[in-house]
Each structure stands twice: as structure tokens, then as C-alpha cells.
Design a protein around this ligand. Structure first.
Ligand code: C5P
Length: 236
């Protein structure tokens, strides 16, 4: 099964659907984030679902339990597969979200944003942050205990998180760059093969595919690297 999720980091549904067309049938999982969702709304999600694509709606919900639960129910109705919410919304919010999900929707906790430095986290929480990883692990376990289905995490932390939360908990990793690829604004990157070996279930891979001269060929090369590294798949 395809493990690559391509983010539709473009401002309009026309550009998003043109990219989906260029990528073809094998690429069947797309991430819709704030920019596209704010511009194109649920219509673009419905169009993707109608075309047989799976959708990761990356809205990073964080609000009172009732409000989040209602948004989760709407995302379930839309036919979304993955939806993010901030683990720091707390156990009541996470439990309400888990209870409200329906259909095939699975919820992913965002633990600590990778853009946050320990200093900035210290400012937010008014305490000394000795290890960001401890907070990531703690929030991943809290998410799991509240009934959340997985977390978004750096591939560099995936195997450690797997050790904390055990199996049957999704780990979705952005920050992926094939060996030798331009890292762009990502600083802590892993190759597709390393991410899979570290226990990632899905890999969010944007620019190495979307900015390639031939996106479909780049998608296929990455998928082939993943298949070779993935011991959970039957051998070809
Ligand atoms: O183009 P690139 O492969 O860097 O895209 C990665 C995608 O994953 C983007 O949509 C980005 O917003 C998202 N993401 C990330 N790092 C995180 C969380 C999400 O790069 N920690």
C-alpha cells in the first residue's frame, strides 16, 4: 500500500487538482493544509474523495472539547482519512475528538511543533525545558491514552516514539528528503528508506516530488525506495 502523502501546498484548487492529475493513479494520498482549505474549502476535499483519493486534513485543531468534537464529526462526514489536532488541547479535548470520529477517520496528535526551540517552549510554559523529546513522548502517550490514533513526528524521533507508544499507533513523518536532494527550509531530515526503517507508517513528502521536473517519476522513485526498505510489505 502507498505510504507517501503528497502535501497540496498550493493556493488554489485548480493548481492542486492539476498536480493530482500529473501524479496519476499511484499517488492516492494528499494532505490539504490551512492555505488550500482556507481558499478552496471543503469542495476541494470532496473532489479529491470523489476521485478516489485519501485525504489528510492538516488543520491542527485546538479548542474547547465540544467545538473540536463538532469539527471532527464534520471531517468524518467529508470522508477525510486523517485529521490533525494539537495534543496540548489536553485529555478532555482529545477524548471528545476520539469519541466524535466516525467512518474511517483517524486522528493524529501534534505534540511539539518542530519550529519551537526549547527556549521558546520555556517561555510558553514558564519552566525550564531540559528535553523537548521528553515532552514529545509524554504528549504522544497522553494522546494514545485519550484514544487518538497516532502522531505527526520527525523521522529522527520515530523509532524512539515507537518504543514509547508501542505498535498499532500511527506515526506520520514530514521532513523527508531523498539522499542528495535539496533540503530547502527543513533542517532535520531523513531519507524515505530511513523513515520507514524507523517505523513511520506514512511519509509526507512535498517538494522533492512537487518541484521535480517529472513529479510522477519522482513519486515512483521514492515509492520504490520505500518498498525496498519496508520489511512489513510482502516481497515482490
Ligand atoms: O516540501 P516538504 O516535503 O518540506 O513538505 C512537508 C510538508 O509537511 C509541508 O506541508 C509542511 O507544512 C508539513 N510539515 C513539516 N514539518 C512539520 C509538520 C508539518 O514539514 N513538523
Amino acid at each position: 500500500m502507498n505510504k507517501v502523502i503528497v502535501p497540496l501546498d498550493v493556493p488554489t484548487s485548480q493548481e492542486a487538482l492539476a498536480l493530482v492529475d500529473r501524479l496519476g493513479d499511484d499517488s492516492d494520498f494528499y494532505k490539504v493544509g490551512f492555505e488550500l482549505f482556507t481558499r478552496a474549502g471543503p469542495d476541494v476535499v470532496r473532489t479529491l474523495v470523489d476521485r478516489g483519493k485519501r485525504v489528510f486534513l492538516d488543520l491542527k485543531l485546538h479548542d474547547i472539547p465540544n467545538t473540536v468534537a463538532r469539527a471532527v464529526a464534520v471531517a468524518s462526514d467529508l470522508g477525510v482519512d486523517l485529521l490533525t489536532l494539537h495534543a496540548t488541547g489536553g485529555p478532555s479535548m482529545l477524548e471528545a475528538a476520539a469519541e466524535a470520529r466516525a467512518g474511517g477517520l483517524r486522528l493524529l496528535g501534534v505534540t511539539v511543533l518542530t519550529s519551537l526551540s526549547p527556549d521558546e517552549m520555556g517561555t510558553i510554559w514558564d519552566r525550564e525545558i531540559r528535553s523537548v523529546r521528553d515532552d514529545v513522548g509524554r504528549l504522544a502517550i497522553m494522546s494514545r491514552e485519550a484514544g487518538i490514533d497516532g502522531v505527526v513526528a520527525s523521522a529522527l524521533e520515530a523509532s524512539w516514539i515507537r518504543g514509547q507508544v508501542g505498535q498499532d499507533f500511527l506515526i506520520v513523518t514530514p521532513g523527508i528528503r531523498p539522499a542528495g536532494a535539496d533540503t530547502g527550509d527543513q533542517s532535520r531530515v531523513a531519507t524515505p528508506a530511513d523513515a520507514v526503517r524507523a517505523g513511520a507508517d506514512y511519509l509526507v513528502i512535498g517538494r522533492p516530488i512537487t518541484r521535480a521536473t517529472d513529479p510522477a517519476a519522482a513519486f515512483e522513485a521514492i515509492s520504490s525506495e520505500i518498498r525496498s526498505a519496508d520489511t512489513t510489505l510482502p516481497s515482490p
